[in-house]
Design a protein around this ligand. Sequence first.
Ligand SMILES: Cc1ncc(COP(=O)(O)O)c(C=O)c1O
Length: 441
Amino acid sequence: MMKNSKAIYMRAANVLPGGVESSFRHLDPFPFYASRAEGSKIYDVDGNEYTDFLLSQGAILFGHRKREIEEAVVKQLKNGANTAIPTGLCVEVAETISRYVPSVKLLRFANSGTEATMHALRTARGFTGKDKIAKPEGGYHGMHDYVLWSIWAPEMRGSEKRPKTTPFSRGVPKAVAKTVVVFPFNDIEATYDILHKERENLAAVITEPVLANVGCLVPRDNYLRELQKVCNELGILLILDEVITGFRLARGGAQEVFKVKPDLTTFGKALGGGFQMAAFGGRKDVMMELLSSDESWPPKKWPTKTYHAGTYNAHPVSLAASAAVLKLISDDRVYSHLKQISKMFFPGLQQLIDDRHITAQVASFGSMGHIYFGASEVRTARAALSTGWDVLGKWGMECLVRGMLFGHPKGEKMFVSTAHTREDIERALVVADCGFRAVCT
Ligand SMILES: Cc1ncc(COP(=O)(O)O)c(C=O)c1O
C-alpha cells in the first residue's frame, strides 16, 4: 500500500532532516509522498487516492489544477518567468486587491506569508519609530524571529490573563523576547491592560482574525472590533494577518465579515492559487514609509526609510495565478458553493460526534474548521491547546488510511474548496465516522 513512499523515505532521510522539507510534514513512521493532485483529490506515489481537506494548508480555494489558473500560468511562462522589472500585471493585481479590500490603499508584494508579516511589522516599526510588537498567545504569523513566540509550547508561561513571551523555537535570539508582547485573544479587558501598559513602546498589534494555528478559534463578543478601538485609543497600529482568511472567508476577507478596518493587512495562501504569492498593505501614510525621499543610489543619508525588496517579489508567474484567482472570486457562486459544502461538512461531523456521545467540538468558520476533542466549547487559546490533539492525530491517521486527508493528521485544520462535491462530503462523513468509532469508542 505504501511501498513506494517507504522507499522514497529511506532515501529522503539521508538528505532531508526527517525526510521532509518542512518540520510539520513528518508523519510517524514515515510520510506519504504525493505524485499529483487534481480537483479535490491528491494521489500518492503508490497510487492511493486521498480526498484533500488540507488543500495546501489552506492555499487552494478552487481545488487542484483549476483550469483558469493553470492556463494563466502557462501563458505567462511563455513570456518568461521572472525579470525583476515591474510589470503591468503587478498593477492590475494590486488594483483588484485594493478594490476588494478597501482598507488596503497601497500594497507591496512578497513571496510567503512569513515575508508579508515580517515586512508589515517592519513597516509599522519604521512608521511609528517604536520597536515592540504585540501578538496573541497561540497566534501564528510565520517563521521569522519576531513572531515565533508563544505559539505552542508544552506549557505556556505566565497566567492566562498575563501570558509571558514563550519561545517556540531554538535559534530565535533571546534578546528578541523583549520586543514581543503577548496578549490573550478573546479577553478584551486583559488585552487592554497589557496594551495600555506597553503603549509607549508598541508599534503594532498583529493578529489573525480567527486563530487558526490553535484549530479554529473564532473571535467572541466583538473582540476584533473592540481590539481595533483599543488600538485606535492607544495609538498602536493594527495589523490583521489575513494570510489564511484573505479571499477565503469573503472577497474582502475576514475584515469584511467582522467589519473591522485594520491599518495594515497581510495576505498569502489563497491569493496565489497554489503559487508563491503574498502581499501586505493598508493605510496610505503608513505604506508611504516604504518610499524613500532619497531615491539616489546609494542613498546619501542612512538609514533611508523602511526597506522592502526581494528578487522574486511580484513574480509574474505567481501574479498570473493571482489575477486568475481574483477574477474567479468575482463570481458570488464561489462563496455560495463554499458555504453550502461547509454547512454540509462541519455540522455533519458534529452530528456524528453527538450521535456517538463523544465529547468534542467541531469549531468552524466559513470554509475552515477543526475538531477539539475532549471539549465542548473552546473560547481561549490555552483551552484550545489543552484539547485532545493526540486523539485528533489518531483520528486523522485512521481516516488517512481510508483515503481522507482531514487537514494534516498531526493537527492542521481542515479546509474545503469549490472542487468538493456533495459526494465527496458524503464519503468523507462515512470515513470520519469510522475514525470516530476506531478512536473514541
Ligand atoms: C495566519 C498566518 N500567517 C502567516 C503564515 C505564514 O505563511 P507562509 O507559510 O506562507 O510563510 C501562516 C502560515 O500558515 C499563517 O497561517
